[in-house]
Design a protein around this ligand. Sequence first.
Ligand code: FES
Length: 114
Amino acid sequence: MYNPTVIDHFKNPRNVGGLPDPDGEGYAENSVCGDAMTLYLRVTDGRIAEAKFKTFGCAAAIAASSALTEMLKGCSIDEALNIRKEDVAEALGGLPPTKLDCSVLAEDAVRAAV
Ligand code: FES
C-alpha cells in the first residue's frame, strides 16, 4: 500500500517533537479520521530555520508530517504558505489516493503556524 519512501518517513520520522518558545505553532486535525498535527516553527531572518511536529495518526499522516518539516526548512513564509498537499505527496513518492485528502494536514497546519 505504501512505497518505501513513505515507510521510511513513518519508521524514521524527521523532526519529531516540539520546540521551546517557537515563533509559530499551528494545530490541524482531520475530523473524519481523527488524525491531528501540531507544527512548530522557528524563523530566522524571514526564513524557516527549524520545523518540528507532533502528530497523532496513521502511517501516512506521520510520513506526511515528517516530509513537510523537511520541505519547510529554508522556506520564506510565502513559500511555506504555497506548499500544497500534492507537493507533500510528491515528496513522498506518492500516497494512496484515499489517503491524500485525509492524511496530509500540511496546508492547515502551516496556515495555523504562521
Ligand atoms: Fe490517517 Fe485517515 S486515518 S489518513
